[in-house]
Write a protein that binds this ligand. Structure first.
Ligand SMILES: [Mn+2]
Length: 360
């Protein structure tokens, strides 16, 4: 067939119709790089194999969230893909397609649908995944579920076996970059890589002449490079919330020193206020962590309730976190900033401490 991946992707939106059967290739709802690249590349593979399948890659998040995955922003751009052409949850209505009787669903990088997508179970026709098999799909579904380091390895194998010639610089960049990131540069010590990942990566390098060391280093850097994000996006990039006692608490993990954040955004207190209001929180915390020049943890506490602030601050300052007040910007007086000397207290460990405090 006379087609290339860019043309295939550019035509997705114009080809999209609810009136005819479509094969939707969907990654998991966390939409990490593995899920996104698996969806895009496997849909392209299916198109090459049998375009009657009418395949569409589906990125399982709103378009506005794509920029938070900074490593994906880098890799797709490096591969020459226009993000505008891709279909996100705001572009394709799966419920509508299902109602029209035209949804054939292929799951990549997961084999269990999220709770709000569980109704699509009967539409699943195939699965390509590397998570443990939950066996929740229809018995007719064709599955390739193997414990490899990256779901993309399974897609790469399919290309290398059936359509090797399609692995050009662009597709090779997508596939190789994802495998490298998922397996920590194929390092056995990281405990992620399998023989299948190494074999697929080596073959891609051979046919595409890509520099894998450079690609891995750049991706690893971009994954933690949040310099393009404003306060609002920094807070929501890696965010969790809980109801503890009667208190609604949200904690964002922020990969940036507080000093850099405040100089980037002197209005940080206003942005915390906006975020807290939008999420209907009582307390918003940011746990800052970064590795340059050395691993450091910091904490930001924000709540507009002065009574709550006083008791929370007293609790935190007497806790095992080892907090030291940090004076960075007097204009943001509603935010309280700390260096956290106890590097062992992550969000996972802080949450139960706060649960005990708010429930007492
Ligand atoms: Mn994965």
């Amino acid at each position: 067939m006379n087609a290339d991946m860019m043309t295939f992707l550019k035509e997705l939106k114009s080809r999209l119709s609810y009136e005819k059967p479509a094969t939707v290739v969907m990654g998991n709802e966390a939409a990490d790089l593995d899920s996104m690249v698996s969806a895009v590349s496997y849909a392209w593979y299916l198109y090459l194999i049998d375009n009657q399948l009418n395949p569409f890659p589906y990125i399982n998040i709103p378009r506005a969230d794509f920029k938070l995955r900074t490593e994906a922003v880098y890799l797709f751009e490096k591969a020459g893909i226009d993000i505008e052409s891709l279909l996100f949850t705001d572009d394709l209505d799966l419920v509508k397609l299902k109602k029209a009787g035209n949804l054939n669903l292929i799951l990549v990088d997961h084999n269990k649908l999220s709770a709000n997508q569980a109704d699509f179970k009967e539409n699943i026709t195939a699965i390509l995944d590397h998570h443990s098999d939950e066996e929740l799909y229809p018995s007719s579904a064709v599955t390739d579920i193997r414990a490899v380091g990256s779901a993309v390895t399974l897609v790469a194998e399919a290309f290398l076996k059936e359509r090797k010639g399609a692995v050009d610089i662009s597709l090779g960049t997508l596939l190789l970059g994802t495998i490298l990131l998922d397996t920590v540069n194929l390092d056995p010590e990281a405990g992620r890589v399998t023989e299948a990942d190494s074999k697929a990566a080596a073959e891609i390098i051979k046919v595409s002449s890509l520099d894998s060391e450079k690609l891995f280093e750049k991706l690893q850097f971009e994954k933690f490079n949040v310099s393009s994000l404003g306060s609002y996006d920094l807070l929501r990039k890696d965010y969790k919330e809980w109801k503890l006692g009667s208190v609604y608490l949200g904690i964002g993990s922020v990969l940036l020193p507080i000093e850099d954040w405040v100089s980037k955004d002197p209005e940080i207190a206003n942005e915390c206020k906006r975020y807290l209001k939008e999420k209907s929180l009582d307390v918003l915390l940011a746990m800052n962590a970064f590795t340059i020049p050395e691993f450091t943890r910091q904490l930001v506490v924000y709540t507009p309730d002065s009574g709550l602030r006083k008791s929370l601050v007293a609790f935190l300052e007497s806790s095992e976190l080892g907090l030291e007040r940090l004076i960075v910007n007097s204009a943001a007086s509603e935010c309280i900033f700390y260096n956290q000397k106890n590097l062992g207290i992550s969000r996972k460990k802080l949450q139960p401490l706060l649960k005990a405090f708010f429930e007492s």
